[in-house]
Design a protein around this ligand. Structure first.
Ligand code: 5GP
Length: 204
């Protein structure tokens, strides 16, 4: 029998949904998880490191990667291209390591089509107003870009029905919810462990 393959997790959500925090926590939980670094034609933000946050490439280079079939999926978002390099994802899954992709909706739909066994998770802030506030408070983009991203968020929310799980990111419960989803997807969810914890919390 072959070695058990890793599971592919796709996490989407509008920028400012807090999905980055959820992913960061998940990667901390287990060393059997890894993050797929995407390629993008967007300019790096302050503090972003090439090869860590993204592979920052020119549009020509990106188009060459598409041409040579090296992208598992890709999409245009806010006038820039974003895509997932294929070989890294496949090699990790083969080794039994689960892979997390943080990608927007169009790319997620491509993954759903190509790899139906993937688990798709959508993270959303509790409301549009909360999202607007988060984006303006974060202050990493110009007003014009923020408004564009808010418009995309309104379109993207229509796709929640295409995802396996939806996390409303309004409090600390979001991370626990994400952990449970991952345990369920990997067939490791143990309701007895959970029940013991619930009883313990109830008594204390
Ligand atoms: P940001 O510019 O804020 O880093 O990312 C903008 C959007 O692009 C986010 O929704 C993010 O999830 C998405 N994104 C990042 N990497 C990829 C990728 O490899 N493929 C696709 N389709 N979207 C991506």
């Amino acid at each position: 029998m072959g070695k058990k393959k890793g599971t592919l997790f796709v996490v989407s959500g509008s920028s400012g949904s807090g999905k980055g925090t959820v992913i960061g926590e998940l990667l901390n939980i287990s060393d059997k998880f890894c993050y797929s670094v995407s390629a993008t034609t967007r300019e790096p933000r302050e503090g972003e490191v090439d090869g860590v946050n993204y592979f920052f490439v020119s549009r020509e280079r990106f188009e060459a990667l598409i041409e040579s079939g090296e992208m598992l999926e890709y999409a245009e978002y806010c006038d820039n291209l974003y895509g997932t390099p294929k070989s890294f994802v496949y090699s990790q899954l083969e080794k039994g390591i689960s892979v997390l992709l943080e990608i927007e909706v169009k790319g997620a739909m491509q993954i759903k089509e190509k790899m139906p066994e993937a688990t798709l998770i959508f993270v959303t802030p509790p409301s549009f107003a909360a999202l607007r506030k988060r984006l303006y408070d974060r202050g990493t983009e110009s007003t014009e870009v923020i408004e564009k991203r808010l418009k995309i968020a309104l379109e993207e929310i229509n796709h929640v029905k295409d995802y396996d799980y939806i996390i409303v990111n309004n409090d600390n419960e979001a991370i626990k919810a994400a952990e449970d989803i991952i345990l369920i997807s990997e067939g490791k969810y143990n309701k007895y462990t959970d029940a013991r914890q619930i009883i313990k919390d109830f008594i204390n």
